[in-house]
Write a protein that binds this ligand. Structure first.
Ligand code: NAD
Length: 325
């Protein structure tokens, strides 16, 4: 089976995607630098699952390290580039760090691909690129000139550099714009995980804004299916450069999200309202017609089922940690 180089393999989406590709028989070479944005131990837990596969190889390292990339095997077929400094709000305090990892990192990977004749890449872009787009649903043909955080601007810059490498060197690229991904192994900074933790600890839940802001929450298995379809699309087509939304096309308000979590967990904590945070957009809502057409992408996990799966996974994690002391 072809070799895939997957960046950010120890992260939330990266570990799920690697697992799926490994189960499909691909050889995955994964890289991760354990960026300190959240605990290394959580990423090591994700990695442990991947290390059980004989067709998985792990490299601890940084995607901006061109010399390290040059030591990789010469027969890599496709790059699935998911590594990034994540988090919209935190990018405001560290714009240079975000540009280094997310823009220079992408540029470094493209340069290495060009030198080594690697012709296929799936890239993790983001719905945050749409900024405070008024028109819904957000479509790939909408204007995307007005990002409102360094994270979002860096993702857009990476999409643009990807196009340059497609144009100049014929690298075939699919930019997938993910819409708020959730599910087991979810990053600790994301709202769903924070709310579940607060409810478990009987602490008040902090909501930013008045509860009407909304997100097009997309279950991680649906996103992974979309990434896999993009890999297969590149295997079967010539001269590809696409931007494709991967969302659920069914936005949920913050207030609704909290109600579903209460419902699943069976307890209702105090809510403390705080003003909207800088960098946060008001709404996201994906038009997924292009993903349906090109990738046969049909997200199938309801928000409630996704939350049930997350809460179940989270409970199991707590039990395992208590047992192992
Ligand atoms: N989770 C979401 O809702 C969401 C939404 C839109 C886009 N995305 C994008 O999807 C991708 C995966 O996101 P995630 O939620 O799994 O985040 P994550 O933080 O769990 O995973 C990213 C991984 O990349 C690694 N990394 C960061 N900088 C690196 C570097 N310089 N070199 C090597 N590894 C590096 C991190 O250590 C981490 O393990 C990211 O590109 C993110 O921007 C995520």
């Amino acid at each position: 089976m072809p070799k895939i180089f997957l960046t950010g393999c120890a992260g939330f989406i990266g570990s799920h995607t690697s697992e799926m590709l490994l189960n499909q028989g691909y050889h995955v070479i994964g890289i991760d630098n354990f960026d300190p944005f959240y605990a290394r131990t959580l990423k090591e837990d994700n990695l442990k699952i991947l290390l059980n596969f004989p067709n998985f190889t792990f490299i601890e390292g940084d995607i901006t390290d061109s010399a390290l990339l040059d030591t990789l095997p010469g027969d890599i077929d496709t790059v699935v580039h998911l590594a990034a400094k994540t988090g919209v709000r935190t990018s405001i305090a560290d714009p240079l760090g975000y540009f280094k990892a997310n823009v220079t990192g992408t540029q470094t990977i493209l340069g290495w691909m060009q030198r080594n004749g690697i012709k296929k890449m799936v890239f993790a872009s983001s719905s945050s690129i749409y900024g405070n787009n008024i028109k819904v649903p957000f479509s790939e043909s909408d204007n995307v000139d007005e990002q409102i955080s360094p994270y979002a601007a860096a993702k857009r810059a990476a999409e643009l550099i990807n196009h340059v490498y497609h144009h100049l060197y014929g690298i075939n690229i699919i930019n997938l714009r993910f819409f708020t991904v959730f599910g087991p192994r979810q990053r600790p900074d994301l709202a769903i995980r924070k709310f579940v933790e607060s409810i478990r600890d009987n602490k008040p839940v902090t909501l930013f804004g008045d509860g009407t802001s909304s997100r097009d929450y997309t279950y991680v298995a649906d996103i992974v299916q979309g990434i896999f379809s993009a890999v297969e699309y590149l295997n079967n087509h010539e001269r590809v450069f696409e931007i494709i939304n991967l969302g659920n096309s069914s936005p949920i308000s913050l207030a609704e999200m909290v109600n579903v979590i209460y419902d699943v967990m069976g307890s209702k904590p105090d809510i403390q309202y705080q003003p909207m945070q800088e960098g946060d957009v008001n709404q996201t809502f994906a038009d997924i017609e292009k993903a349906k057409r090109l990738l046969n992408y049909h997200p199938s996990t309801s928000f409630k089922l996704g939350i049930q799966n997350f809460v179940k996974w989270y409970g199991q994690q707590l039990k395992t940690k208590q047992i192992s002391g």
